[in-house]
Design a protein around this ligand. Structure first.
Ligand code: SAM
Length: 305
């Protein structure tokens, strides 16, 4: 097929890990290495025009730096030491929007390899209860290395099927925040897009199976009795895995509603779910992504004491 955008054309995003350092220190470090700091971006074109040894602060996410395409920091001291995390801008949205306060009780339902878990811990200042589930033991062990490097200490990792976690159990009935980033088709990942697609019928069956799993996860998450907020995200571009899952989940759980987020974000969920965000190479200079924020409805006045 025609190659619209490759990973090599996307800016490189660097999340500053505030458990180990500060924005100021990281900016100073790069300046001393000869990078020229151009301040905060005001529009998407500022990101598009980055080249050479220059960098910016992102316009939407407070702890995100933006470098030109192809900049590789995997061997960089700040990465090795866990001061920076190499994370696409779109995938920084879920934890940022969930925004659990220090001391909160949080679940990361499908957590490995854990960049979003580490971001949640940073937002919580390592204070509170952060339980991360994943079915895949190998991915979980990668995750514990990653969290150790990032200085995360408030986590509890569980090699467990999230769908089998009992929402009423004493351990979990106090959960207030859930990040739900379930397995998806990955159709938003730029590097996967050129792989030869399966025949349409197979592809459709695969999407249906994924969507059914995603909806089961969402319904399950909404059963936690003290849940206040939930973020649902995928790196898929298909509405079957995104808006359709969220619409069905809301229909089946009337106690929750969608919250409009980031009014300045340029790409919205498909109609009528414009409270949600989408991301793409063309509109946001990121991988393809979808995020929804759900909140429990306040008790109606009739129920109030
Ligand atoms: N949130 C992760 C991050 O930011 O690094 C990425 C999560 S990835 C999209 C989905 C994960 O869900 C996979 O690691 C997979 O092993 C896990 N998974 C799939 N089914 C699960 C289940 N029933 N319970 C828990 N984890 C599951």
């Amino acid at each position: 097929g025609i190659r619209k955008a490759s990973e090599d054309q996307l800016p490189r995003y660097v999340r500053v890990n505030t458990l180990k350092t500060t924005m100021e220190d990281v900016i100073d470090y790069f300046k001393r290495e000869g990078f020229s700091y151009q301040g905060q971006a005001a529009r998407l074109d500022d990101l598009r025009s980055l080249s050479g040894k220059t960098f910016l602060c992102d316009q939407h996410l407070p702890e995100l730096l933006v470098f030109p395409p192809k900049m590789d920091f995997h061997a960089h001291f700040l990465y090795q030491a866990g001061h920076i995390v190499l994370q696409d801008k779109a995938s920084c949205l879920p934890a940022y929007l969930l925004n659990p306060p220090p001391g909160a009780h949080v679940l990361d339902a499908c957590a490995a390899p854990g960049n979003k878990t580490s971001q949640l811990a940073a937002i919580m200042g390592n204070k509170g209860k952060l339980v991360a589930f994943d079915l895949d033991a190998k991915r979980l062990s990668t995750m514990s290395t990653l969290l150790l490097r990032a200085g995360v200490t408030c986590q509890q990792l569980a090699n467990q099927d999230f769908l089998k976690v009992d929402p009423e159990s004493p351990e979990y009935r106090g959960v207030e925040y859930i990040l739900l980033d379930p397995s998806c088709s990955g159709s938003g990942m730029v590097c996967l897009r050129d792989s030869s697609p399966a025949p349409p019928q197979e592809e459709e069956a695969r999407l249906q199976a994924l969507a059914a799993f995603q909806l089961r996860c969402l319904n399950h998450a909404l059963r936690f009795p003290r849940l206040q907020r939930l973020v649902y995200s995928t790196c898929s571009v298909h509405k079957q895995e995104n808006e359709e899952v969220v619409s069905a989940g809301l229909q089946q759980n009337e106690g929750y509603r969608l919250i409009p987020v980031l009014p300045s974000w340029p790409e919205r969920g498909l109609e009528p779910l414009t409270q949600c965000l989408r991301a793409s190479t063309t509109h946001t200079l990121t991988h393809g992504f979808f995020v929804a924020l759900l909140e429990r409805r306040p008790p109606s006045s009739e129920d109030a004491a």
